[in-house]
Design a protein around this ligand. Structure first.
Ligand code: AMP
Length: 216
């Protein structure tokens, strides 16, 4: 019975490695050096597939992978139908925030009730946040480089992931609101959980025992 784990390259891949090690699983190739999309592990019945971060929930939902690791931001935007979410792994931590150009008076725009032009990849999170605040927005959907939007006049504000804040600073943007804290979750295909119960439980339990401690 083969177990397929969907991961995305970068922070999620790197920070999942110690959790895999706790389950006795070692990935045998480095995704930064290899062009392979299916990576073998030291366990013949466990393999890792590399997919785009926003595709992880889709792979797991439709059974292209039995389980995966994905950010809460991605889960909210995708919706969590068909996905069992047993664990907050507390890895790849960041936050979703609103940022504007240094010279844009966000407080005043909000107070005056002006329509705010917001560029983001996270349209569901942004829509709900501004609706709760009672701010009218025109949403511009982007797929990357959100920081450019306020600099080119495409938008007044962006809603994006922030970790150290260095990317905002380098682009003369300031964080004006923190919408939510983000971390990555383990998601499991519900049918696989029944059909491959034992091997999946083993991995879930090992991951649970290796989750990094809460840092404040
Ligand atoms: P920073 O400069 O450290 O604030 O990082 C911000 C940039 O990294 C933005 O382009 C974000 O989209 C991206 N980023 C930060 N944290 C994460 C994460 N956990 N997962 C994916 N992208 C992230």
């Amino acid at each position: 019975m083969t177990i397929t784990l969907a991961l995305s390259k970068g922070r999620i891949f790197e920070e999942t490695l110690p959790l895999l090690a706790a389950a006795g699983i070692e990935v045998l190739e480095d995704p930064e050096k290899s062009r392979k999309l299916i990576l073998p592990t030291n366990q013949p019945d466990v393999r890792v597939v590399l997919v785009r971060a926003s595709d992880v929930p889709t792979y797991v939902e439709y059974g292209g992978a039995d389980l995966g690791v994905t950010g809460k931001d991605t889960l909210i935007e995708h919706g969590s139908q068909g996905l069992y979410q047993p664990l907050d792994l507390r890895i790849a931590k960041c936050r979703v925030s609103v940022a504007v150009r240094q010279d844009f008076d966000y407080e005043r725009a909000v107070k005056q009730g002006s329509r705010l032009k917001v560029a983001t990849k996270y349209t569901s999170i942004a829509r709900e946040f501004f609706a709760t605040k009672g701010v009218h927005v025109d949403m511009v959907k982007l797929y990357g480089s959100m920081e450019l939007a306020p600099l080119t006049g495409l938008a007044d504000a962006i809603v994006d992931l922030v970790s150290t804040g260095n990317t905002l600073k380098a682009n003369h943007l300031v964080e004006v609101e923190r919408i939510m804290d983000i971390s990555s979750f383990l998601v499991v295909n519900q049918a696989a959980l029944k059909l491959k119960r034992e091997p999946l439980r083993r991995i879930i339990n090992a991951f649970a025992s290796a989750i990094p401690a809460e840092q404040n």
